[in-house]
Design a binder for this molecule. Sequence first.
Ligand code: ZN
Length: 406
Amino acid sequence: MTARTVNAQALSRDEVARYARHILLPGVGMAGQERLAAARVLVVGAGGLGSPALLYLAAAGVGTIGIVDADVVETSNLQRQVVHSDADVGRLKTSSAAETVATVNPHVTVVRHDVRLDASNALDVLRDYDVVIDGTDNFPTRYLLNDACVLLGIPHVWGSIYRFDGQVSVWWAGHGPCYRCVFPEPPPPGAVPSCAEGGVLGVLCAAIGSVQVTETVKIVLGLGETLTGRLLVHDALRMTWDTLPVRRDPGCPVCGDDPSITLATGLVDYEAFCGMPVGAVSGADPAAGPGADLPLVSVSSLAAALASETPPLLVDVRGDDERSIAAIPTAVAIHLDAFRDGTAYARRELADAVAAGRPVVIHCKVGGRSAEAARLALAAGLTGVASLDGGVLAWVHEIDPSQPEY
Ligand SMILES: [Zn+2]
C-alpha cells in the first residue's frame, strides 16, 4: 500500500530501548520507528475515542501529537475517557490529556488546540498533520473534518460509537472514498440520538479507538492493508467484526470528478448543512436548538410555577433509565416516541390537562427532545405547551444540585 510520506527522525539510546519490541517487528525496524518519531498525528476530540488513541499514539512513539478540544472534563466522561482522571474534572480536556501523554512518554511533543473546529479554522489547524484521527461525536464536525482532509490530501481515520456498536474506516481521497461518498446526507436533527442521550458502553471506546491507532500506525509505516475502501462494523453484544466494501462516488461534492467544494471555494457552513448547531465536541446534545418559534420556560420559572396554586403539567419525554439518574418531582413520563406516533394525546394526564386548559411543560435532558415533542404537540393543535430550557440538567444545576448530572 501507499504510505503517507513521512521523513525519519533519529532516535536516542533511551528511545531505542523503549521501542525495542517495535524495532524487532518485520516491516518496522529502526527505519519504521524513526518514521513514527517524525510523524505528526492530530486527534480531534479528547473524549471516548480520543482517550485510547492518545495513550497508544504516545506509547508508540508518534513524535508529534495534536489534540483538538474546547471542552472541560465532566464526571460523566470518566466512565470511558481514560486519558482523564477523577482529579481532572473541571480542567480543559487538552490540558489534562497533554499531561497524561507526557507521563506515558516524555519523548513525544504535544500540540494543544483549545478550539472548536469550524470552517474558518479547520484548514489551518489540520494543514501540518500527516494523519487525522476523528474522535468527534457530532455530524457537523465530522463533515467538516472530512472535507478539510480531502482538500488537504490527509488520510482521515474515522471512528464512531453508539451504545454497543462501533464503526471504523479510513477515508482518503485519491486512494478510496471519503466520508461523504458513503454518507452523502446527514440524518435529520434529532433522528440519531447522541451517546449523551442513548448511552455508550465505555470499553467500546477502547475497541474502536485502538483500531483507529492501528490504522494510523499502518499508514505512517506503509504496512499491510488499511481500511481504505472498507467499513469495519463492530457489534460488541454479538462480538462480531464485519467489513463491508465502500466505494468512491464520482458525483461526490468534495472528492468527485467535478467537486463543488474546493480550496478555491473554501469550506461550507456545516451547521446549516446538518441543520443543527455544532455544539460541544463531546457530551453535547446535537439536537438541542429549539428555534425562535417555540415557547421556552426557564427552570426558575418552572420551580415557581410548580410551587404555585395552579401548577402546570410537567411531562418527561426521556426513557426510564435516564429518569432513574435524575428527575424533576411531579413529572409524568410520556416518551418522545408517543408524541411521534400520536399516542401521547390519549394519555389521561395529558388529555385532562388539555381539557382543563392547564399549561403543559415538556422536558428532557437538555432540551432537544422536549423541543421536538413540544413542536409535535403544537402541530397537533394543543395550546399552552412549552419546552423546558436546558432540561433536567439545568434543573439539577440551578434548583436541585443533590441529584447527579449525566
Ligand atoms: Zn467523496
